[in-house]
Design a binder for this molecule. Sequence first.
Ligand code: HEM
Length: 257
Amino acid sequence: MEEMSMEDERLEENKLHFVAALSPNDAGQHHHGKIYNKADKTNSVIGAAMSLLSHLIFVLFTIYITYLCFEDYSLFSWHPTCMTIGSLLLMAEAVMIMSKDNIIASKLGRQARVRLHWMLQAGAAAFIFSGFLVIVINKNIHNKNHFQSWHSIIGLVFLVFVGFTSSGGVITLYSFRLKQYLKPAKMKLIHNLIGVLTFVIGVVTEIFGIYTLWFPKHASLSAQVVCTVFVILGGIFTLESAVKSAYERFKALYQSI
Ligand code: HEM
């Protein structure tokens, strides 16, 4: 039963890539059963460059935020640190691991990528919920009111979405067993789109975090601007592959109707 599902899944993915590659706009060249396409190659190089830049930006940004937090240690220090590791480092990697253009994962097969994807996503959720717990406890200790700023309200929405995406991910993992209720390809497209939305809300919350009163007490105004620009760029570079994959899934679904 399990083997049948995996075979079904492999066929479904092959169909997806085949239909996407046969798009009427692509000047594809058939050779020994493979389709070579100049545009695909260029896209792949751009994709690899974007994934490399996104890794670089988020690793450097996480190191910088952690440094700012632990320069002046308190319980609060764990909030930006855990949130940045969870939402930018791990969640971005979970998104990018699914892309063939990711240089770190280029040698991995689909099964291995899917496994790493949910492991990274589970790690991200653990860091994000710990970061949330820290800020709530810290506010209670200092008798401060909860959810009074845009940062905290959007952060709460993000948390709900993380829960939602994670449970949706579990359903997607077993999508072939639920195929009598919803087509697996449709379920994957929905998971893909909600995942993109969740990551965007995370990036927006992080940027609002950079504009809380805490930040300018620890870093200069120019650091604030540079961090904002880098987080936006890192976010765009991360999402490039996920948006492309959602578009391919949509095109394959549309063409199979
Ligand atoms: C995706 C990342 C983040 C999420 C989801 C998030 C979420 C939250 C939430 C939900 C609260 C309110 C808790 C409450 O009112 O009980 C909060 C407060 C706070 N966060 Fe974050 N945060 C993130 C990143 C950051 C970063 C990077 C910084 C600093 C650079 C930061 C600084 C603060 C500060 C100073 C507060 C207390 C003031 C306030 O409520 O606005 N956060 N955060």
